[in-house]
Design a protein around this ligand. Sequence first.
Ligand code: G4P
Ligand code: MN
Length: 175
Amino acid sequence: MASLDFMRALKFAAQKHSKQRRKDPDSTPYVNHLINVGTILAEAGIKDEGVLIAAVLHDVVEDTDATFQEVETLFGVDVSNLVHELTDDKTLEKAERKRLQIEKAAKSTKRAKLIKLADKLDNLRDLQMNTPQGWTEERREEYFEWAKRVVDNLRGTNAMIEESLDQIFRDRNLL
Ligand SMILES: Nc1nc2c(ncn2[C@@H]2O[C@H](COP(=O)(O)OP(=O)(O)O)[C@@H](OP(=O)(O)OP(=O)(O)O)[C@H]2O)c(=O)[nH]1
Ligand SMILES: [Mn+2]
């Protein structure tokens, strides 16, 4: 059952990310990624509304002018804390951010791990279909390898999503 709170979160995310596009050759609207992540979780049987709401908001602080305070005021402290767990510190250097994602994955709460797994699954599905604009083949390959290291620290969270990820890793000879 679609909830009013969930629809408000999706509307907020769509507005905040409205100027952003994905890196695929068609420059798909960024909000498609958020819908995909929520759909992966719903298809895996996740009914926890806080998780589904945080899924569509997971990049809103990292990638737009939205603040944790705004998210807390609109959607409550539980959702805001989940989004916080999923937000990279963009003031850090990229290599450090990538290293921290691997490290933080292991320490995340189970609910944040679920969203992170769905996030990585959608990004890897995109990557299987296309090489992002401006990326070399080598960079694409490195993303698969790095994503595998993040996912390895998220295991034991949801068998269905992990199996979909493992199929991709097997296809790439990473498993
Ligand atoms: N695979 C893929 N990624 C895309 C695409 N469009 C945008 N992205 C975003 O780009 C990020 C990967 O690009 P990088 O160069 O490694 O990282 P950066 O954008 O943060 O600097 C992913 O972030 P992430 O940190 O892995 O996850 P998150 O930011 O989504 O949470 C993903 O969200 C696309 O078409 N395919
Ligand atoms: Mn994402």
